[in-house]
Design a protein around this ligand. Sequence first.
Ligand code: UFG
Length: 332
Amino acid sequence: MILVTGGAGYIGSHNVIALIESGYDVVIFDNLELGHLETVETLKSIQTKGKVVDFIKGDLQNFEDINSVFKTHKIDAVIHFAAYSQVGESVKNPQKYYFNNVYGTLNLLRAMLENNVKKIVFSSTAATYGEPVYVPIDEKHPQNPINTYGKTKLMIESILDDYDKAYGLKSVRLRYFNVAGADSLNRVGEWHEPETHLIPNVLKSTFGGGKKFQMFGTDYDTKDGTCVRDYINIEDLAKAHILALGYLEQGGETNYFNLGTTEGNSVKEVFSTCEEVTEREIPVDVMARREGDPATLIAQNTKAKEILGWIPEKSLKDSIKTAYAWECKLNK
Ligand code: UFG
């Protein structure tokens, strides 16, 4: 059985589906602060190959909460998503991020060691690289995060190295670029309150009563003046986690991989693809730059392709189509 922390959230929930569809039993651990009970109910109702989906409400900052999951379930490996992930908030309130992300992970790792579970796939981020020194960014790029969120994830990467050396705990760290889209069958999707990400914000502006879309910065040194990002589809991302789990199950050593497509799209390109998909003219206000946004973030993904055999297949347009179907469901 696989323990999925943060399984009621955006990335976690799509991974739970991928796990069930790959034949794993799953226990979701989530405090439901950002995750949704409706999502858990949807996941529990997916009866693929009779797999078990269990749910335990609890908080990683409480050691007993997480330790008891290991006592009541036979856990073979962990996929760890539970974290705060808003860059701006992390800079304003670092204590919240260090306690939840770093201390919470320390409790999880302590429970793993006490219960002799020694495999973990960890949600890391391109934010650990900081301002790019070169693009595309490969895994050898220096890691100098410029915000607290990125720092918490880098600290955990470093802790995982020490835990491997000392205790033989094996980890795969997956460094996500910009995750986009929703489940192709529209069962789960991106559902943040408040929403800060580009694609859902553009799509939300198509609904009556929605806010005008705010485009942050058109004076960057990029192809059209707006920031360029590498948008990786959520289902492609979930597949990488299944491959990472298989890699650890086969005795793979601790490792780390970028998850991106190697293609960069500007904010204006994303915006016009949203207009194309929704067949609407979307109201937009051009704003000043948002603090802390690097001009360009694009992944090199050769390592994940070669070692994990991962091949991202979906385009930006595929992601926007599923994201739009999901937004329509949320706005019903
Ligand atoms: N943007 C807008 N308007 C919005 C929202 C975003 O113009 O309403 C712009 C941003 O300024 C940025 C681009 O769209 O240029 C992408 O912004 P997102 O907030 O969607 O994504 P980020 O690139 O800021 O963040 C992502 C992940 C973070 C991670 C970061 C690494 O969501 O978790 O990449 O740099 F930390």
